[in-house]
Design a protein around this ligand. Sequence first.
Ligand code: FES
Ligand code: FES
Length: 149
Amino acid sequence: MAKLSINGQTVEIDVEPDTPLLWAIRENIGLAGTKYGCGIAQCGACTVHIDRVAVRSCGVQVSEAVGKQITTIGGLAVNGVLTRVQQAWINSDVPQCGYCQGGMIMAVTALLKEKPRPSDADIDDAITNICRCGTFQQVRAAIHAAAEA
Ligand code: FES
Ligand code: FES
């Protein structure tokens, strides 16, 4: 058994300690907003926050997340109020298919905590999530809009 704190709730799940956190989030806890893309920590679709730091949850074992605060894309909005990043994504019409965007928003949210006014170079360095639909220009515009909101 593992006890996890996720989106402000404590859940107990029956998994092996070395189970990838992404599997636990999707299969055991049922939070399907966190996506499976590559499974090898390359694409960023599975990005969540652990203690406010963006991590690729396919590359983290459940045992490493015990005792920490996990936040998924589904835990960002509070009482249905979107964050400024989520709102900027809507305003800038960023998502195409949308598959990568939850992970993208988690990565961007962590970036803006660290660098409230990132330059284009900062964005290129920090946001390495892959978007098959090629929304990178819209992502960049939305990041600047969120930074100024
Ligand atoms: S599924 Fe985790 S980085 Fe691609
Ligand atoms: S919006 Fe389709 S993969 Fe990014």
